[in-house]
Write a protein that binds this ligand. Sequence first.
Ligand SMILES: NC(=O)c1ccc[n+]([C@@H]2O[C@H](COP(=O)([O-])OP(=O)(O)OC[C@H]3O[C@@H](n4cnc5c(N)ncnc54)[C@H](O)[C@@H]3O)[C@@H](O)[C@H]2O)c1
Length: 321
Amino acid sequence: MTQLKVAVVGVGHLGQHHARIAYESPQADLVAVVDPDEKRGSLIADKYSARWVSDWSAIADEVNVLQIAAPTIHHHRLGIEAIKLDKHILMEKPLASNLEESQLLYAAHEQSLTSSTSLVRAVGHLERFNPVVGALRDKKFIPRFLETVRVSPFPMRSIEVDVVLDVMIHDLDLIRALVGRPIIDVEAFGIPVLTKQADLVNARIKFEGGTVAILTASRVAQKKERTLRVFGHQSYAKLNFAEQTMELLTLVKGDTGFKIKNENISIQECEPLKIEIEQFYRACLGLEGEYVSWAEGYEALKVADLVQRAVQKSLSEIEST
Ligand SMILES: NC(=O)c1ccc[n+]([C@@H]2O[C@H](COP(=O)([O-])OP(=O)(O)OC[C@H]3O[C@@H](n4cnc5c(N)ncnc54)[C@H](O)[C@@H]3O)[C@@H](O)[C@H]2O)c1
């Protein structure tokens, strides 16, 4: 099989897993890891038999895939440079650290397509590849009301962006994909607790057609929770992303009238990041492979921006009272 030549850019908490998966994949050859931190870069490079470089200019000619897992504040600049190099790119989520940067990055990508249309540009919204989401889709569930909770203790990482871009962005992308209708209204409340940016946010999003989603994201919780509760017509599903479980309750007709059927849907556990990367590789190789496009990453940023504006408005209201 033809192998892709891969460099992983940024091998911190998440990038190390990109490197491991690239190293283990039969579709890829991990050529290098790129990280300005020599100690960290060399450690991960040695572990996965790759070269460490501090800057990708040294290996740009040797690779055709860049997986960027550097801090979000660098996504825009690295993305623009990677586009100029004509590479397949998997950019970690969020696509960039604000709406303007995302717009510029997406525009640069669109322009580049005229000369290199076969290049894949994906964004790492890995929850789409969580098997619980596949199980929900298999049930042809039509959501009328959704409630997401994504909370964790303070991470000490990714605090250069607020909790909307760091954490809630997963759910913003997911609910957009599940509902599939335009957003018509966004309300939100959020507060900084341990950083200068919002660490805790609650948002209410209304879609055309009347579906509503309520999202809570926090990085100042005591325990980790990553769940989605979805209500549809005579049905309710509870998804646990971390434990990869799904409970489905449906109203069914029995011999003595209607009753609630409660099912624990059987789900084959897997690593969503691995599925996401393997699918991305397939797409790069011209095979059938699913990925979340930069267009979708940009759309998620547009919703995140609406949430952030609503949070700012609510904060200014608190401050002025
Ligand atoms: N998809 C997910 O579920 C998920 C989970 C965690 C993080 N992320 C995303 O991954 C990215 C990295 O997050 P993290 O938690 O791994 O951060 P981290 O701080 O643990 O690691 C970042 C690494 O990038 C390196 N780096 C810094 N500047 C760089 C540059 N210019 N070029 C290359 N490398 C550089 C750092 O030295 C560090 O090793 C963020 O965008 C974050 O949003 C996604």
